[in-house]
Design a binder for this molecule. Structure first.
Ligand SMILES: Nc1ncnc2c1ncn2[C@@H]1O[C@H](COP(=O)(O)OP(=O)(O)OP(=O)(O)O)[C@@H](O)[C@H]1O
Length: 563
C-alpha cells in the first residue's frame, strides 16, 4: 500500500554512514566466485546460492532475474551486467570495462533507505564476463502511469492514477531523493519506470546505472565535474532538465536535475502525458528549454478523476509543477520545500493505494529453457496489436517462454549458424531479448518503438542419444547434452528469412489458449505442421526456435510459440 509517510530526517553530510568501508562490508556481501548449475528436476538454474525463477525485466544494460535465496527463502532481484562493453570506431572494435558497473555498485553500496532499492550482495568473479547485483525484490514492479497498450512517449491521457495516488508516489520519491542528495548522490534518471513498488506499496528509487557522486564523495567513479553532455549518454531525454539540453550550460553537478525529473514524473502521473514531447530529439530539447508549461483544464481532470479533485487541489498541483519544472535550476524548488508545499500536505484523503498485481507467483514462475515436454505437439501463436506492451506478455507468459530465443533485426549481423557442436543453439549470445533491443531504439521509455516482425522458423531436434544431462553457461542458457558433451541437434530447416504469414496455418478453434490473454491479444493455435516454406514436422521432444526480425517500424508483431 502506498501511504503518506513521515518525512525521513535528512542525514547531515558528515554522517555518511555507509561511506565507511567496514559498515558497507558488513552490510553488503561481496562474493568473488560465481558458480552456475542447473537443477534438471525443477529445470531451474542455480547461481551460487540463488535459484533463478524467471526474468523480471530487461533494461538497456542487462537483464534482471527473479531469484530465491536457497538458505533463507527470501526473493531477490538479480541484475546481470556485462563486465565488458564493445566500443567501435571505424574498423576497430575495442572491448572495454563497462564503467556503469563501478558507478552503479559504488553508488548503491552507499544507499540504505526505505525508499531506495537495497543492494544485498555483489557477485563479482573476475573470471566471469558478468557481474551480478543481488537486490531487494520489488514485487509490484515499476510505477505505471499510462495504459499497458500505450507507448509512454505517445500517451496523451487520461491518467490512470488519482491525484492522491500520484501524491503518495511522489512523497516516497521525495524522501528517497532527499536521502540520496544528502549522500552526495545525483540519480540522473528519475522517471516512473525507475520507481519500483514493493509488496507493501512503498515506492523505491532504482537503477543507479547513470548516477554520480558529487565531487566530495566520489572515489574512483566518474567525477561530476565532467560536463554531462560530454560524458557518456545518460538518462531519458523526455525527463532531461533544460540545463542538460543545451551545450552552453554545464550545471550538471546540481541535484536540481533530479528535481526537474521529479516534476516531469509528477506531471505524467497526474495527467497521463509527458509535459514536453516532440518528434525529434532537437525539437524536444528546444521545447524543454523554451516552451512554457501547459496543463489539461480542470474540467478535463474532473471527467477522469473519480476522487473529485477540487479546484484548489488542481491549482496547488499546477503551482507545484511550475516550481518543480522551473527552467532556471537556481530558482527551482528544493526537496524540503516540495515536502511542505500545499499540494503535498493539504490533501491527504487516504485514497486507495496504487494497485498493481504482483509481478509473479514465484511458485509457478518458471522459464522454459530448452527441451520442451515430450508432449510437444502444439504451437501457439500470439499476434500483438500495434503498440502493445511486452509487460502484459511477460506477466502472462513468463511461465512458459524464454524471450531470449527470439532474435531481432538488430542482431542480423550476428547471424548465427548453428552446428552440431554448438550447445547454446537456442540462446547463443546473438539472441537478445526483444525488449532490451527495442528500448535501445529510443531511450524515451522501456517499451518503445513498435516494430513489425517477420519470422524465421528453425527446428532444433534433440533426439535422445546416450545419457542426457544438462549444462548451463554463464549467460543463463542451458542445454541438453549427451554423455560426450555434444548437443543432439539436427537442423530441419534453414535459417533463411521468409514471411511470417507462411506459418499461420491450420487454425484450430478447438484448442484453447494456455492462459487468459487480455482482450487486446489475438490468440491463435496451430497444429505443428505448416504449409509454408518450412516444414514444421515437429517430432516429440523437439524444440522450436522462432527468430524475429523487423521489416518495418510501424507495427509490432510478435509471435510466440508454446511448446
Ligand atoms: N529490484 C527489482 N525488483 C523488481 N523488478 C526489478 C528490480 N530491478 C529491476 N527490475 C525490473 O527490471 C527492469 C530493468 O531494470 P533496470 O532499470 O535496473 O535496468 P537498466 O538496464 O538499468 O534499465 P534502463 O533501460 O532503464 O537503463 C525494471 O524496469 C524492472 O521491471
Amino acid at each position: 500500500m502506498v501511504l503518506l509517510k513521515e518525512p525521513v530526517p535528512l542525514l547531515p553530510q558528515s554522517s555518511l554512514l555507509y561511506n565507511n568501508a567496514s559498515n558497507v562490508s558488513s552490510r553488503i556481501k561481496e562474493t568473488k566466485k560465481v558458480k552456475l548449475s542447473y537443477n534438471p528436476l525443477t529445470k531451474r538454474q542455480i547461481l551460487n546460492n540463488f535459484e533463478i525463477l524467471g526474468t523480471l525485466g530487461n533494461g538497456q544494460y542487462g537483464k534482471v532475474k527473479l531469484g530465491r535465496d536457497l538458505d533463507t527463502g527470501r526473493l531477490v532481484a538479480i541484475k546481470i551486467l556485462n563486465r565488458f562493453e564493445k566500443r567501435s570506431g571505424y574498423s576497430l572494435q575495442v572491448k572495454m570495462e563497462n564503467p556503469r558497473i563501478d558507478q552503479e555498485v559504488e553508488v548503491m553500496k552507499r544507499c540504505h533507505h526505505e525508499n531506495v532499492v537495497e543492494l544485498y550482495e555483489i557477485l563479482n568473479d573476475p573470471e566471469s564476463a558478468k557481474v551480478y547485483l543481488v537486490l531487494e525484490y520489488c514485487s509490484r514492479g515499476p510505477v505505471k502511469w499510462c495504459p499497458e497498450n500505450q507507448l509512454e512517449i505517445k500517451a496523451v491521457g487520461p491518467p490512470i492514477l488519482s491525484f492522491q495516488q500520484a501524491r503518495n508516489i511522489v512523497s516516497d520519491v521525495v524522501s528517497g531523493l532527499e536521502y540520496l542528495h544528502s549522500q552526495g548522490i545525483i540519480h540522473r534518471d528519475i522517471k516512473p519506470s525507475n520507481l519500483l513498488i514493493s509488496s507493501n506499496g512503498t515506492v523505491k528509487i532504482s537503477d543507479f546505472g547513470v548516477s554520480i557522486l558529487t565531487a566530495a564523495e566520489s572515489t574512483n567513479i566518474q567525477s561530476s565535474h565532467e560536463p554531462i553532455l560530454k560524458s557518456k549518454t545518460f538518462g531519458t531525454p523526455a525527463f532531461f532538465a533544460p540545463e542538460l539540453c543545451s551545450t552552453e550550460t554545464y550545471c550538471c553537478r546540481s541535484s536540481a536535475i533530479d528535481i526537474w525529473s521529479l516534476g516531469v514524473t509528477l506531471y505524467c502521473l497526474l495527467f497521463g502525458t509527458l509535459p514536453f514531447n516532440a518528434n525529434s530529439g532537437l525539437e524536444l530539447f528546444d521545447n524543454i528549454i523554451n516552451k512554457p508549461l501547459d496543463f489539461p483544464s480542470y474540467e478535463e481532470i474532473l471527467k477522469h478523476d473519480s476522487s473529485n479533485v477540487t479546484i484548489e487541489e488542481y491549482r496547488d498541483a499546477k503551482d507545484l509543477l511550475y516550481k518543480l519544472l522551473e527552467k532556471n535550476p537556481s530558482r527551482r524548488i528544493s526537496l524540503a520545500e516540495t515536502k511542505t508545499h500545499p499540494f503535498m500536505c493539504r490533501y491527504d484523503n487516504n485514497a486507495a493505494p496504487v494497485v498493481t498485481p504482483l509481478l509473479a507467483d514465484p511458485e509457478t514462475f518458471r522459464e522454459l529453457k530448452i527441451s520442451p515436454p515430450s508432449s510437444c505437439k502444439k504451437v501457439e501463436l500470439l499476434n500483438l496489436p500495434v503498440n502493445s506492451s511486452f509487460a502484459s506478455l511477460d506477466s502472462l507468459y513468463m511461465e512458459d517462454f524464454d524471450h531470449n530465443n527470439f532474435r531481432t533485426a538488430a542482431d542480423r549481423n550476428l547471424r548465427h549458424s548453428p552446428s552440431a557442436n554448438n550447445v547454446n543453439i537456442l540462446s547463443p549470445p546473438a539472441y537478445h531479448n526483444i525488449e532490451s533491443r527495442e528500448s535501445s531504439y529510443s531511450s524515451f521509455s522501456s517499451y518503445t518503438s513498435s516494430t513489425a516482425f517477420t519470422s524465421q522458423i528453425s527446428i532444433h531436434d534433440a533426439s535422445l542419444v546416450g545419457d542426457q544431462h544438462y549444462s548451463a553457461d554463464e549467460n543463463g542458457n542451458s542445454s541438453r547434452v549427451n554423455s560426450r558433451g555434444l548437443s543432439q541437434c539436427k537442423i530441419l530447416s534453414t535459417f533463411e528469412e521468409h514471411s511470417f504469414e507462411s506459418t499461420q496455418v491450420d487454425l484450430s478453434p478447438a484448442l484453447s489458449p494456455v492462459s487468459n490473454p487480455p482482450p487486446q491479444m489475438k490468440t491463435r493455435l496451430v497444429e505443428g505442421t505448416s504449409s509454408g516454406k518450412d516444414e514444421l514436422n515437429m517430432d516429440t521432444d523437439a524444440s522450436l526456435v522462432l527468430k524475429a526480425s523487423d521489416t518495418q517500424r510501424t507495427r509490432r508483431r510478435m509471435s510466440l510459440y508454446k511448446l
